[in-house]
Design a protein around this ligand. Structure first.
Ligand code: DGY
Length: 326
């Protein structure tokens, strides 16, 4: 019994992480790491969770009831992400397990990437680069490689939380005609940013650029369906850096193939990774990135550290830096 009391809590980490996070965890915990380059299998995860008090996971790890039912010693699940749609939050809370996540630290990096993806899509950066490298650039040509400009355009942001607001602030200096957002509730920050709240229909019909930064929830699942794409302008650029599940992907493929919309830039899709034979990868008017929204070096280090801090806080009976309260 004495040994049981003295023993450090065991934490299972589902990917190799930064040294700073590891060192912090090792001070308080016994650390065990899945060191594969692909996500840990469900069976291996379940085997390891049986006698773990903490889980350090990522968005690739689906933490459902089946997993939780074997994890009878878990006190805390800390995900190295701001999104938590991979966690069965209701079930976790019902079992009295605390949840840590990583808001704020990735807001700037994700907003940067969103702006980059928007411009890469509208100004056809990858297509143009490919042409320059493969002999497709025959001369400067008046209307070659043109795309819609941001200046004097209407941008609509769907989901006006931390990331959506930061994207809006970053886009503001591009001389927009109008900035709008669609969100469940009115956001007080919008006034200062200069964004108008509109209903979903208006956002779809009036926007030249539609930028999606909302969380994936039962309400936003497949929000962008065939009907939504049909309402968009034929010249619209659709950008998604939230979760693939907010889009009915076959409907998006069709909209891109038929010219219902002008183009799409996606950092997230269904499934991830996208199979190489997926129709989205064959479309010239679709830019695909491999879910790298938060992938700045500094940000990933901060996300790792915050995840570790969330775990340590629980065992030290301190306030978690970011506890998910729902
Ligand atoms: C998140 O944190 O949810 C992003 O998708 C990855 O950083």
């Amino acid at each position: 019994l004495l040994h049981g009391i003295m023993a450090k809590p065991r934490v299972y980490i589902t990917r190799e992480v930064n040294d700073e996070s590891m060192n912090l965890l090792k001070q308080t915990c016994d650390v065990s790491v899945w060191s594969g380059s692909a996500p840990v299998s469900k069976a291996e995860l379940m085997k390891n969770l049986k006698d773990s008090q903490a889980l350090f996971c990522t968005l690739s790890d689906k933490i459902d009831k089946e997993v939780l039912d074997v994890a009878t010693n878990l006190k805390v699940i800390a995900t190295m992400s701001v999104g938590y749609d991979h966690l069965d939050v209701a079930e976790i809370k019902a079992k009295g397990i605390r949840i840590g996540y990583t808001p704020d630290v990735l807001t700037d990096a994700t907003a940067e990437l969103t702006v980059g993806l928007l411009l890469a899509t509208s100004r056809r950066l990858f297509e143009a680069n490919e042409a320059a490298k493969t002999g497709g650039w025959s001369s400067w040509s008046p209307f070659w490689m043109c795309g819609p400009g941001l200046s004097q355009s209407t941008v609509g942001v769907v989901g006006f939380g931390r990331i959506g607001q930061e994207v809006a602030k970053c886009l503001k200096p591009f001389n927009l005609k109008r900035l709008t957002y669609y969100n469940r509730s009115e956001r007080k920050e919008a006034k200062e940013i200069g964004a108008d709240k509109v209903d979903f229909n208006e956002l779809l019909t009036e926007s030249d650029f539609i930028v999606v930064t909302c969380a994936l929830t039962p309400e936003t699942k497949n929000l962008f369906n065939q009907e939504a794409f049909k309402k968009m302008k034929k010249s619209a650029v659709f950008v998604n850096t939230s979760r693939g599940g907010v889009v009915d992907q076959p409907a998006l493929v069709e909209a891109l193939q038929t010219g219902e919309i002008w183009g799409a830039g996606l950092d997230v899709m269904t499934p991830e990774p996208l199979p190489l034979d997926d129709p989205l990868l064959k479309l010239k008017n679709c830019v695909i990135l491999p879910h790298i929204g938060s992938a700045s070096i500094q940000t990933r280090n901060k996300m790792g550290l915050m995840t570790a801090q969330n775990i340590v806080a629980v065992f030290k009976n301190e306030e978690m830096p970011a506890e998910l309260i729902v």
